[in-house]
Design a binder for this molecule. Structure first.
Ligand SMILES: [Zn+2]
Length: 99
């Protein structure tokens, strides 16, 4: 039997590569564009705890320190080139402090 390859992704906070399932996925839904290809509405940012949502993903560890570092450096904004709603960070913090 062939061994299944584990997808590896990099955490935006600490830049360490880890198996995808050990990271939280933050996803940006595809932008809504008009017929000219201009962006009418920027895709929504959300947490993707099941890894099933469509769109562009970014990953961080289940570690509040990584989250704080990402929040402070605004790295998510740079990755998605758009503003990240504060409640995304708040939800993430809640998620990570729950453990
Ligand atoms: Zn990390």
């Amino acid at each position: 039997m062939q061994k299944k390859k584990i997808p590896i992704r990099k955490c935006l906070g600490c830049n360490i590569q880890k198996p995808k399932r050990e990271l939280i996925r933050i996803v940006k839904a595809p932008d809504i564009k008009n017929e000219q290809g201009e962006i009418i509405e920027s895709g929504e940012i959300s947490l993707d705890l099941r890894g099933k949502k469509n769109g562009r993903g970014a990953y961080i560890c289940f570690d509040i320190n990584c989250l704080r570092s990402v929040r402070k450096s605004r790295r998510l904004e740079k990755t998605f080139s758009c503003k990240i709603p504060e409640d995304i960070y708040d939800n993430l913090e809640k998620e990570l402090s729950a453990e």
